[in-house]
Design a protein around this ligand. Structure first.
Ligand SMILES: Cc1cc2nc3c(=O)[nH]c(=O)nc-3n(C[C@H](O)[C@H](O)[C@H](O)COP(=O)(O)OP(=O)(O)OC[C@H]3O[C@@H](n4cnc5c(N)ncnc54)[C@H](O)[C@@H]3O)c2cc1C
Length: 473
């Protein structure tokens, strides 16, 4: 059941009736990555922090569950909503308020997309220091709330590193103003940091202050075939150790991902490399373009002579470079074999090859009909492991999760790298999370959102008791 009409009327009074979308309205709109995102059948689009505060205070008083949404590109089910809840879209908070090239800082609304900020920063030779495939839609609020990583995190950190300050509205409607633009700010406990990676369960991020970085001087990009993950890691070590080269991207692809993408993109010239078990996309910068390309070719030749790499192609022009990136970012394999299971893990580089080998072996022993597809950000050991089969296996997430997730902590890794817990990894968190840490998470949730209205049922299995509309944990 969607919320009653008198509540819808009250909400219209708070944000304006033009900014309330009902189920009929939402039916014609794109719900984003997860078809369940519009499940609530009711969405409001506040214009500013004041309206966000008014909506939250109203919902808190009536115990209405509120699901914050940005670009709806999240991959862990964190933006899923259900009947009886309200979707709070931050899309109208889309203004870049300041962008100061001198201090290299920007202050922007939570609804600003990563691409919009990147374009504005590029005009000053700067970059947000974070980049990911969903750049056109992912918003600053969503990126902060999932503590997103992406392909540059091994250089500039995840969102937690990029955020200098933020403004958020708590469940009560109180505004937390911590929007400083300085790196050094020791004013007691940095409680605003709790909002980073909280996936909308502790407050709604409304404005963000970010530190920008110098834009990349891109010089050379290569797609490189390797026989196994150990060789891929060795290639990463060599690129990072090369004094004359600065590694900009070190992306990992299994051959089956690359072959599916080649088929979808018609990228014939990349097919010989995609025939390999694994590929690494290497992008580097250096002092000048020609010398950098030369140094990369030399590095690859030495690695080839040492049996580290196989076939390799250095992009000859921008179009070819873009095709290489599309090969990495296209999820053709998911279209060919829908209903696969996505796991998002990180592993220290010294244990990565062993982990992947063990994972593959155990999956094959468990069920020989399962296939493994891997893409990832190799620079920081982040692997997106997709397990699929000829037919959809969506309902088997919990069955497979222990094979992929258990044992990572002992390696110093994580079962949840950059996409967040959302709905998807709640059971794994409950099973593998440190009990003291989980108890603190519950206590903090209870303190900041005593009625459990904020993103009910996400992250913690048992932190939604008071929220209306939520039927299960
Ligand atoms: C093609 C593709 C590639 C991707 N690549 C990467 C990658 O390389 N690295 C990576 O880290 N992620 C990646 N992602 C997923 C990534 O988490 C999201 O792209 C992004 O961080 C979410 O932003 P969003 O605005 O779409 O948030 P949504 O999907 O709208 O929301 C995500 C979560 O944040 C919460 N939320 C959203 N806005 C707010 C707010 N203002 N205040 C409080 N809570 C809020 C939601 O409730 C939900 O829990 C990728 C996704 C896609 C589709």
């Amino acid at each position: 059941m969607c919320l009653p009409s008198e509540i819808v009327a009250d909400l219209a009074g708070l944000v304006g009736s033009a900014h309330v979308r009902d189920a009929a309205d939402l039916a014609g709109r794109d719900p984003g990555v997860d078809p369940r995102n519009f499940g609530a059948g009711l969405l409001v689009r506040p214009a500013d922090t004041g309206e966000v505060a008014a909506v939250l205070a109203y919902c808190n008083a009536r115990r209405i569950g509120v699901v914050p949404q940005g670009g709806r590109t999240g991959l862990a089910g964190g933006a899923e909503s259900r009947p009886g809840e309200l979707v709070l879209s931050l899309e109208r908070l889309d203004r870049i308020e300041t962008l100061d090239p001198w201090s290299r800082t920007a202050v922007a609304g939570a609804g600003v997309t990563l691409a919009a900020l990147a374009t504005a920063a590029a005009a000053h030779g700067l970059s947000p220091g974070i980049d990911l495939g969903a750049r056109a839609s992912a918003t600053l609020g969503g990126l902060v709330s999932t503590n997103a990583g992406g392909n540059g995190a091994f250089r500039h950190g995840t969102m937690r590193t990029r955020v200098l300050g933020l403004e958020a509205v708590l469940a009560s409607g109180a505004v937390l103003d911590a929007l400083g633009r300085v790196r050094k700010r020791n004013e007691g406990l940095a409680v605003e940091q709790l909002l980073i990676g909280a996936e909308g369960t502790l407050g709604v991020v409304t404005r963000v202050a970010l530190e920008l970085v110098a834009a990349d001087r891109r010089a050379a990009t290569a797609l490189v075939a390797v026989e196994d993950a150990a060789r891929a890691v060795e290639l990463v070590r060599r690129v990072r150790a090369a004094g004359s080269l600065e590694a900009l991207a070190l992306e990992f692809l299994s051959g089956n991902h690359a072959r599916a993408a080649c088929r979808a993109l018609g990228a014939r010239e990349l097919e010989p490399i995609a025939a390999a078990p694994y590929l690494v996309l290497v992008e580097v910068a250096g002092v000048d373009e020609a010398a950098t390309a030369e140094a990369l070719v030399e590095l690859l030749a030495t690695a080839s002579a040492a049996g580290i790499v196989g076939e390799a192609l250095v992009a000859q022009h921008e179009g070819q470079r873009q095709t290489m990136w599309r090969l990495r970012e296209d999820w053709a394999i998911d279209r060919e074999r829908p209903g696969g299971l996505w796991y998002d893990v990180s592993v220290p580089l010294d244990g990565l090859a062993g982990y992947l080998e063990r994972c593959r072996e155990q999956l094959a022993t468990h069920d020989a009909s399962l296939d493994v597809v891997v893409i990832g950000h190799l620079g920081d050991g982040n692997l997106h492991v997709t397990v699929n089969a000829e037919r959809p296996i969506s309902e088997r997430y919990e069955e497979i999760a222990p094979i992929v997730a258990d044992g990572l902590a002992a390696l110093g890794g994580s079962f949840s790298a950059e996409h967040g817990i959302g709905l998807e990894k709640r059971a794994t968190l409950a099973r593998l999370g440190d009990p003291t840490r989980l108890a603190l998470m519950r206590a903090i949730k209870g303190l900041l959102d005593p009625n459990g209205i904020l993103n009910p049922g996400k992250v913690l299995t048992d932190a939604l008791a008071g929220a209306r509309g939520r039927r299960d944990g």
